[in-house]
Write a protein that binds this ligand. Structure first.
Ligand SMILES: C[S@@+](CC[C@H](N)C(=O)[O-])C[C@H]1O[C@@H](n2cnc3c(N)ncnc32)[C@H](O)[C@@H]1O
Length: 260
């Protein structure tokens, strides 16, 4: 963490104005959206929901415990991307307006909802392997009246190849499930086949374990990558040459490096 902190750059430290502007827009701009309040109200309700559900243990190394019975509030408190990260996803979608959005790991549907409001004319396809969790996510999409989400239930190993076969290209992918090294590298390679130079990929929990750190280092070696941005809890990959020629940076909000 300390190593990351001292290495991390702020938007002011880049010569490439496209990179600097992108980081400013997604990390520093404090714009809001009335729908964010609605989504965060759902998150609050989930954090108070003591109903229990039987979850499928996919052995995915996620924050889910090995117990099969979980309360919704314990999932809401441990497995979901925090508000600031969801907001950053929303702003990234808003910046690039991707049409075909893919998410691996729906859970209760909070990050999915942020992806969906980022570009209401997009189609967000989200994959979840635990049926009971997926049905709560569906309830939340209905409460939020989000019509541009398709939830596909099943193990990524089965659902992802079929889905990719039927999709022409992926414009944006958020990979947030099965935090194992081999699986993460495999998802990257599978999605890469449907990527173009405007595709954006976001990998969650890139420093969560040694295996995830190794996966991130391995993925960064791909020749087609033009820029990676490491925000510590997640990393963003861009393939557009406007953003460089294979550069890798750690990035932090300017307020955390005020003396600079
Ligand atoms: C960390 S949670 C996703 C959180 C969500 N993206 C958010 O931020 O609101 C990961 C989810 O991925 C699902 N998952 C993990 N491994 C999976 C697999 N191999 N196939 C399908 N779903 C899987 C889990 O059931 C869990 O709901």
């Amino acid at each position: 963490m300390l190593k990351f902190y001292f290495k991390a750059k702020t938007y002011k430290d880049f010569d490439n104005s496209n990179v600097s502007q992108l980081i400013y827009n997604i990390l520093e701009l404090n714009d809001s959206h009335y729908r964010i309040t609605e989504i965060e109200n759902i998150r609050k309700t989930l954090k108070r929901d003591s109903r229990t559900i039987n979850i499928r243990d996919l052995g995915a190394g996620s924050t889910f415990s090995k117990e099969n019975i979980r309360s919704i509030n314990s999932i809401a408190n441990s497995a979901l991307s925090p508000k600031w990260q969801c907001h950053l996803l929303y702003k990234t979608i808003n910046e690039f307006m991707p049409e075909n959005i893919l998410e691996l790991g729906t859970s209760l549907g909070i990050s999915t909802s942020y992806l969906a409001i980022g570009n209401p004319s997009s189609t967000v396809t989200t994959l979840e392997g635990s049926e009971a969790v997926a049905s709560i996510a569906m309830e939340n999409f209905a409460k939020l009246r989000l019509k541009n989400i398709k939830l596909v239930y099943g193990d990524f190993d089965n659902t992802l190849p079929i889905l990719l076969k039927n999709m022409k290209e992926i414009d944006f992918a958020f990979i947030d499930g099965n935090h194992k090294k081999e699986a993460t590298i495999k998802y990257f390679q599978q999605i890469l086949k449907k990527s173009t130079n405007h595709t954006i990929m976001v990998f969650d929990d890139i420093h969560w374990s040694k295996g995830m750190e190794n996966a991130w280092e391995e993925i960064k070696k791909s020749d087609s990558i033009k820029l990676t941005l490491d925000f510590f809890s997640f990393g963003i990959i861009l393939f557009d040459k406007r953003f460089g020629s294979g550069n890798h940076y750690s990035v932090i909000e300017r307020k955390f490096k005020l003396w600079k």
